[in-house]
Design a protein around this ligand. Sequence first.
Ligand code: 1PR
Length: 526
Amino acid sequence: MKVALLDYGAGNVRSVINALRALGAEVRPVKRPEDILSAERLVFPGVGNFGSIMRALNEKGFVEPLREYLRQNRPFLGICLGLQVLFEGSEEAPGVAGLSVFPGFVRRFRVSLSVPHIGWNGIKPAKPSRLFRGLSGEEKFYFVHSYYVDPADPALALTRTDYGLEFVSAVESGNIVALQFHPEKSGPAGLKILENFLSREGEAVLPPRILEKTQLAKRIIACLDVRSDDEGRLVVTKGLQYDVREGGRVRDMGAPVELAHLYFQEGADEITFLNITGFRHFPLKDQPMLEVLRRTSERVFVPLTIGGGIRDFTDRDGRSYSALEVASAYFRAGADKVSIGSDAVYIVEDYLRRGGASGNSSIETISRVYGRQAVVISIDPKRRYVKSPSETEHPVIETEIPGPNGERYCWFQCTVKGGREARDVDAVTLARVCEELGAGEILLNSIDRDGTNLGYDLELIQAVSEAVSIPVIASSGAGSPEHFYEVFTRTRAEAALAAGIFHRREVEIPALKRYLREKGIEVRLA
Ligand code: 1PR
């Protein structure tokens, strides 16, 4: 079956193309306005922000044909912003008119929870639909957004979801459906919805179970640190306090694409690749890493994050590349988010020196184009012990884990270049400033705990997650299912990332999730 894909050139539509192709669809991009009215089925995955999408649609002359296609009630699937632009306007871009196919507006979340709403949440069907065929009603889907639609006509709502308030998470009217969540990133349940949209067969149904309330799941993220081994092959490696060599050789934990696919099948909620020598080798010259991403995104239908080497760069021939260009190459290859490590530290140093934002840092430029949810900040801190808080200007905590000389206080010092160089910035300040500059998530490692199996550094995670309102991903040190339980119950972390425990098969993801579910932690069971 043929699908026309409305790609207005702003973002990563590769994951949608991959998911549709995996279901046997022949996907063709809409290149000219006339391609819209000749489409059999139209899919519109919105990326970026409300204002930039409407500008792009207007510039390309797509607005009128799109309105006409929708007026004719032809098969349409909108995803994320592809839902929001169907309404009259959005608080994200005051004064910018939407497609106005449906009356109503798009509002920003004003809730006490983290915004953006990122992660796996449920849906409560409001009316029967073909899209629900084969679903049990208990599935979770991947959301990532700061705004939600508020239709004037309640009959438009297909599903609702709870996140501090109840919002409309999908609409349906005739042959037009639009979803706030990302079916292409929602594992088997999301693929089922896409398949139902493509086949358009059978009666509209309600799923057997309808939840009373939906809940955001705590996310389990599998992390793959990737680099070349001593023979030059790209491998997944694993460090102990960031030292990835054993007996002088790079530890080889497996092949990147195969391992990512295994964790996807086992139910990992996200996969993160860290190109750990990216600070040394320029990623755009590192084609194998882009190839890994391309091949992974063809088989893995949960969010993919890639980090390593995202910064401005000038090559030997004097050609300059911006961090935005590097990130764009990663997005085109199939990444959903990029993670910025060393560069974030330099940006925050610059911010503190000049007393404000430069306006052109990688965090700002990438989040302006791709949205803040696409920008993760990876922090590599080390504990610095002090005898008394007056010894340092950095925010200090009183710690239950005393230092080597019995010190009762510490702060968390940021490092760059994979932990090789410590800088005069602390993790709490770094996270705060990065949030202000446009970051959407914090990936919080700990050099002290990395690879030790001793459990997460709960004090570090609590200190940072209290300082920001964006989601914090706890990382480093997981050695047992209890450590995940601990980090979810004793800190505000929304996700827990682990590497060694999964690579060494000490704990497998399905067993971990069952354990957490039994202990009352909301997780997605794939
Ligand atoms: O600075 O923007 O080029 O990004 C480099 C990225 O590579 C950063 O995100 C940095 O954290 C990462 N990195 C650099 N060197 C290493 C190393 O290990 N030598 N890995 C490294 C960081 C930490 C986590 C690890 C968790 C969980 N590894 O990725 O997966 O600690 O491990 P565990 O569960 O086994 O304890 P830039």
